[in-house]
Design a protein around this ligand. Structure first.
Ligand code: C2E
Ligand code: CA
Ligand code: CA
Length: 748
């Protein structure tokens, strides 16, 4: 699995949860609120103590002022006590000085023993006060009497002044007890007093109340009373009075006292929280995007890997044949081209071997495709054992394989390889529980002499293979320059062959078969020739395989039967009327279901009895398509047509088939006859075949008899008939007739 910062552990997964930035913000908010609360608490305490200090300091000032004035009044009183005869004018002088010194006084009075106000300074606007009784109620009287007794001064509460407004009066007794001569009294206007208190302070900052026994007796206020809870009260320590000072600050004062820090701290922290959570959110987005990219990348990687695997599979499938598991033709050819490139540069040779299984088609047709496939797999398995770093093996299709020897030093290397290939076919292949002996034909082309490129090399290996096949299979051929010409010819012939029938270029030659008992010629074999317009008379070996390959053999076969029948018809009523004509049919012609019908029609058309015609077939009919072939042969035989097995002994047929097939004649293959007088084993085989045929009630013809010795041997072995150059070459009908008429065969 690809590395991911998310799964890899750099960040726990929950940090990517969308709630995480919100949590961060909430934490910061809590922090901000906490700080704010704490700071506000701290500052509120501060403000409270400021207020207390302010209040106390105001009370102190008030007390000090009072005491100063009280002392001044008392001093005045004691001076008057010392000098009871002080004239009024002198007292007034004294009082005026006081008034000037302490601007706070509204008035200074002398009150006599009976509490009546006598003297007053300043008199102006205070005239009405003279004669007023200061002990205007019982409380005042007792207080004043107490003052006389003790000699202490008395301070009135806040009273309505006779002069108007509210005020306080300090009474200092003049002399004590019986020596008392009234009081000197100083009258303050509350307002003046308060103003003096406020003098050092900014205006409008406080609401000041003076309370006596809880009740407000005086208020100095520059603003309307707020419902603010912040206020502070301290007692004012003055003799005879029970006063308190209550200070209530104005909102402006609060404003001034209030620190901006809680707010700024709050805002700052909140802002930081917002930033942090935004940054987190952003980071999350980036990481998620990154993760998405990584996931996409991983998926892409997986997909690419998958595709590569598929691609490799495809390439492997494309380069491999699915049946055999070998490299296929295309791949082999690409590889060959590459090999030739290297060989060119390093100046060495390369050998290409084309391998074709002999009679594979026949086996495939007769034993089925499954058998064919199984056989191919076995052959492939065996050939594949040859492959190594210098040898590549491929399946070319059909029953063809290709083998490349990539580095050839000399011809021995190739011969060694061919030997190893041959070894593959030495032991029979076990297919579907049965052992099958298979042979192969090889064509070899060597680079550079047999071709400079892969295609040419392949074509020439093919040509060599074709030549090897022509030479009887189970062999090999190296490509030679001459083969190229042959190949050109072959292609030309193939083209011309398509016209040969129409142009009536085929002819039949007849080779007589000598009856060894009677010395008579009773039958002839019709052998086809092609009178080629440029190349002259061509033997069947040069065009029959071509015709078989192209499928033209069927039409040619019809022509042969027809031509033979016409010849028989021509001989009717002559001295050759008794001759039987044998025609050659290839196995493929037997596949044609209309064959029997056509033969019958041809015989009928020419008015020829069926027993004048003989059909020669090779052993392969016992191997391929047995049921069908058996049916065909039975019907031919039922017509009255004679049946002969040609080239007997070279095929791989089981002799048991001879019992089942309606055969009249066996033709021992020429290969046994050629050296029958020299080779003991050939003689043995020949005798065995003759005996076998006779035991089965069949006649025997020996082919390719060229010497008298051969003929004598065959005759001594009881062979029924002989055919060969010794008696006659295949000749045109006219010559045959002449020879027969001349009794040319009678000396043999
Ligand atoms: P085959 O049926 O075995 O014919 C005998 C071949 O041996 C003939 O070759 C013949 O000329 C040759 N021969 C006969 N006596 C001797 C001899 O003493 N010595 C030697 N060396 N050869 C001898 P040919 O005419 O070239 O025919 C070759 C093959 O072509 C035939 O072999 C036959 O398989 C095929 N063939 C010929 N005519 C026809 C035909 O009309 N139809 C088909 N399908 N095949 C034909
Ligand atoms: Ca024949
Ligand atoms: Ca033959």
């Amino acid at each position: 699995m690809a590395y991911s910062p998310l799964n890899g552990g750099l960040f726990p997964k929950r940090l990517l949860h969308p709630a995480f930035p919100v949590v961060i913000f909430i934490v910061f908010f809590g922090l901000a609120a906490g700080f704010r609360y704490g700071l506000i608490g701290q500052y509120t305490g501060q403000i409270q103590s400021n207020l207390e200090n302010e209040t106390r300091s105001m009370a102190n000032t008030l007390e000090r002022e009072f005491m100063v004035h009280a002392d001044a009044i008392r001093r005045m009183a004691s001076r008057l006590a010392k000098d009871p005869q002080k004239p009024e004018s002198e007292w007034r002088e004294d009082a005026r000085n006081y008034l000037n010194d302490f601007r706070i006084y509204q008035a200074i009075e002398w009150i006599d023993r009976d509490f009546i106000i006598r003297w007053l300074e300043p008199l102006a606007s205070n005239e009405g006060v003279v004669g007023f009784n200061s002990a205007f109620n019982q409380q005042r009287r007792s207080a004043l009497e107490a003052a006389i007794r003790t000699g202490n001064y008395d301070i009135s509460g806040v009273i309505e002044l006779r002069q108007g407004g509210k005020g306080i009066v300090i009474y200092a007794p003049v002399g004590t007890g019986p020596n008392n001569n009234g009081f000197v009294a100083g009258v303050f206007k509350m307002e003046t007093l308060a103003r003096q208190l406020m003098a050092t302070r900014e205006p409008g900052m406080f609401r000041i109340e003076i309370r006596s026994r809880g009740a407000t007796v005086y208020t100095l206020s520059d603003f309307e009373r707020s419902d603010a809870t912040a206020s502070y009260t301290v007692p004012i320590k003055l003799p005879t009075l029970n006063w308190q000072l209550n200070l209530e600050p104005s909102p402006e004062w609060f404003e001034k006292q209030t620190s901006p820090w809680p707010r700024w701290t709050f805002i700052t922290l909140l802002f930081m929280g917002l930033l942090t959570s935004l940054a987190t959110l952003f980071l999350q987005l980036i990481l998620k995007r990154n993760e998405a990219l990584l996931t996409a990348r991983r998926k892409l990687d997986e997909e690419i890997a998958q595709r590569e695997t598929i691609q490799q599979d495809l390439v492997r499938l494309e380069s491999t044949d699915t049946l055999t598991g070998l490299a296929n033709r295309r791949f082999f050819m690409e590889d060959l081209a590459h090999t030739l490139n290297i060989a060119n540069r390093q100046s060495y040779q390369v050998a290409l071997v084309m391998l074709d299984l002999d009679r594979f088609q026949m086996l495939n047709d007769s034993l089925g495709h499954q058998f064919g496939d199984a056989l191919l797999v076995q052959v492939a398995g065996c050939l594949n054992q040859l492959s190594n770093e210098r040898v590549t093996v491929a399946y070319s299709g059909g029953d063809e394989f290709m083998i490349c020897l990539q580095h050839v030093e000399d011809i021995d290397d190739v011969l060694h390889l061919l030997g190893r290939i041959k070894q593959c076919f030495e032991t029979p292949f076990n297919v579907q529980g049965e052992a099958h002996k298979i042979t192969a034909t090889l064509g070899v082309a060597v680079y550079p002499q047999s071709g400079l490129d892969a295609d040419t090399l392949l074509r020439n290996a093919d040509i060599a293979l074709y030549r090897a096949k022509e030479q009887g299979r189970n062999t090999y051929q190296f490509y030679t320059e001459g083969m190229q010409e042959r190949e050109v010819m072959r292609l030309e012939l193939e083209k011309d062959l398509s016209q040969a029938l129409v142009k009536n270029e085929f002819v039949l030659h007849y080779q007589p078969q000598l009856n060894l008992d009677s010395g008579e010629i009773n039958s002839v074999e019709a052998l086809i020739r092609w009178q080629h317009p440029r190349r002259g008379l061509l033997a069947p070996g040069e065009f029959i395989p071509l015709a078989e390959e192209s499928g033209r053999i069927t039409e040619i076969g019809h022509w042969v039967v027809m031509a033979a029948c016409q010849q028989l018809a021509a001989w009717r009523g002559t001295r050759f009327e008794h001759l039987r004509v044998a025609v050659n049919l290839s196995g493929r012609e037997l596949d044609d279901d209309s064959l029997v019908e056509r033969v019958r029609n041809t015989l009928a058309a020419e008015g020829v009895p069926a027993d004048r015609l003989e059909v020669e077939l090779t052993e392969e009919i016992f191997i391929q398509n047995i049921e069908h072939n058996l049916g065909q042969l039975r019907r031919l035989h039922d017509l009255g047509v004679h049946l002969a097995i040609d080239d007997f002994g070279v095929g791989y047929s089981s002799l048991a088939y001879l019992r089942n097939f309606p055969v009249d004649l066996l033709k021992i293959d020429r290969s046994f006859i050629t050296e029958v007088t020299e080779r003991h084993d050939d003689a043995v085989i020949t005798r065995a075949v003759i005996n076998l045929a006779h035991n089965l009630g069949l006649q025997v013809v020996a082919e390719g008899v060229e010497t008298r010795a051969q003929l004598d041997l065959l005759r001594s072995q009881g062979c029924n008939m002989a055919q060969g150059y010794l008696i006659s070459r295949p000749v045109p009908a006219v010559e045959l007739e002449k020879a027969l008429s001349n009794g040319a065969f009678e000396q043999v």
